[in-house]
Design a protein around this ligand. Structure first.
Ligand SMILES: [Zn+2]
Length: 350
C-alpha cells in the first residue's frame, strides 16, 4: 500500500522551515491509485492550509512513509500509545497524551489524536501496520490540545469526529490560543500542518458506536476535568477510556470543577476490568488505580476549605494547598498552583 507524502513549508522569511506530511486516504491505495489522485489531493490540502507552501506530492510505500508508533495491546483488539509526561517542547513534539485504538470486525475507532499532526501521523501509520479496516471514528475525550490537535489526520482518513456536546464551543473558543502556544513551545517545524478540526457530532448523555461485533459506549459527563469530558467503554473487554478524568503519575490538571470532578469519579463505579488514563501508565486497575488521584483531589479540596475558613488570601493559600501531595506526582510545580487557584475561586463562595 502507498501513502501520499508532500513537503510543507512556511512562507516568507521562514520558507526554509519545512516538514514532510502524510495525507491519508480513506481507503488503502495501490501505487497507481495514489499517483492518479496525488495532485488533486495535494492541491485540496494546500487550499485548506493557506499559510503553507505544499510541494512534491510523492507516493511512497507505506513502510517508508514515516515513523510509526509502537502500540501496546492492553486487551484483545485494544492498542495504546503511551504519551510522555512533560510540558510541550521541541524534544517531545507534543506527544504527551495516551492515544488509543479499538479494532472491531468492520472498522476502527481512535480515541484521542495527540498534540500535533506529526504525532497523529505516527499513530495513523501504527494503525495501518495492524489493519486496513476503515477508521470510522475519531473520538476526542475533551478539548485539551495534547489530545485534540492531531484529529485532522483521522478526519482526512475518513473518520467521523465525535465528542461531548460542549466540545465544539470549548475548542472553537480556544483553538487559536492552543495553536499559537503549542507552535511556540514545540517549535514551528514540529508543528507544521497542525490545525484544529471540530466535531460533527456532540454527545449529550449516552451514545453507542458499533465497530462490527464490538460496541463502544460513550458517556458525556457534567463539568469535571473540563466542561466537555466523555468516557468510552468497550463492552467486550470491559475497558474504560477515561481521558483526563483520570491521571496516573502526572499531576491532575483542573480546568473545570473540583467538586464536579470528585462526583464524576465516584460514578465510575461499574464493572471495569481496566482503565486507560489520559496520562501515565496505559492500563490501570480500577478502582484501586484511582486511589492516588482520589487522595490528591480530596487534599486539594480539604486544604482549600481550611485556608478559606481561616480567612487566608488566595496568594498566601496557593503557596501551601496540597503541598503534602508533592512527592506523589510529576509536574507538581507546573500544575498544582494552577489547581489551587482554581479550587480557591470555586470553593470561596460555597
Ligand atoms: Zn486534559
Amino acid at each position: 500500500m502507498f501513502e501520499l507524502i508532500v513537503m510543507a513549508c512556511l512562507t516568507g522569511d521562514f520558507s526554509d522551515i519545512c516538514a514532510s506530511r502524510i495525507l491519508p486516504s480513506p481507503t488503502p491505495l495501490t501505487r497507481e491509485e495514489c499517483q492518479s489522485s496525488a495532485k488533486t489531493r495535494a492541491k485540496a490540502w494546500q487550499e485548506n492550509h493557506p499559510s503553507l507552501v505544499v510541494t512534491d506530492p510523492t507516493c511512497t510505500a507505506r513502510e517508508q512513509s514515516g515513523t510509526a508508533f509502537d502500540l501496546t495491546e492492553i486487551a484483545p483488539g485494544i492498542h495504546v500509545h503511551e504519551g510522555g509526561i512533560g510540558i510541550p517542547s521541541p524534544k517531545n513534539g507534543g506527544d504527551l497524551a495516551n492515544l488509543s485504538v479499538v479494532i472491531g470486525d468492520t472498522s476502527v475507532a481512535v480515541i484521542d489524536a495527540g498534540g500535533t499532526r506529526a504525532v497523529a501521523e505516527s499513530l495513523y501509520l501504527a494503525i495501518r501496520r495492524l489493519t486496513n479496516k476503515p477508521i470510522s471514528h475519531i473520538i476526542l475525550t475533551h478539548m485539551h490540545p495534547d489530545h485534540a490537535l492531531g484529529a485532522a489526520v483521522f478526519v482526512e482518513a475518513g473518520a467521523k469526529l465525535i465528542g461531548h456536546a460542549k466540545l465544539d464551543r470549548g475548542l472553537r473558543a480556544r483553538a487559536i490560543n492552543y495553536e499559537t502556544s503549542l507552535n511556540t513551545l514545540i517549535g514551528a517545524k514540529g508543528f507544521i500542518g497542525t490545525k484544529a478540526v471540530f466535531p460533527v457530532e456532540g454527545i449529550k448523555e449516552n451514545h453507542e458506536i458499533d465497530l462490527g461485533g464490538r460496541v463502544l459506549q460513550l458517556r458525556a459527563w457534567p463539568t469535571a476535568h473540563t466542561d466537555n469530558d466523555i468516557t468510552v467503554f468497550d463492552r467486550r473487554t470491559k475497558t474504560l477510556f477515561a481521558g483526563d478524568l483520570v491521571f496516573a503519575g502526572h499531576t491532575p490538571a483542573l480546568d473545570g470543577s473540583l467538586l464536579g470532578w470528585v462526583k464524576v469519579i465516584e460514578q465510575l463505579d461499574w464493572d471495569i476490568d481496566r482503565l486507560v488514563p489520559g496520562h501515565g501508565t496505559p492500563s490501570l486497575s480500577w478502582p484501586e488505580g484511582g486511589e492516588a488521584q482520589r487522595a490528591y483531589l480530596e487534599t486539594l479540596m480539604n486544604d482549600t476549605r481550611k485556608a478559606i475558613r481561616k480567612g487566608e488570601s488566595i496568594d498566601k493559600a496557593i503557596e501551601h494547598i496540597a503541598e503534602s501531595e508533592r512527592k506523589n506526582w510529576s509536574l507538581f510545580d507546573e500544575f498544582n498552583i494552577r489547581n489551587a487557584t482554581a479550587a480557591f475561586k470555586e470553593l470561596e463562595w460555597e
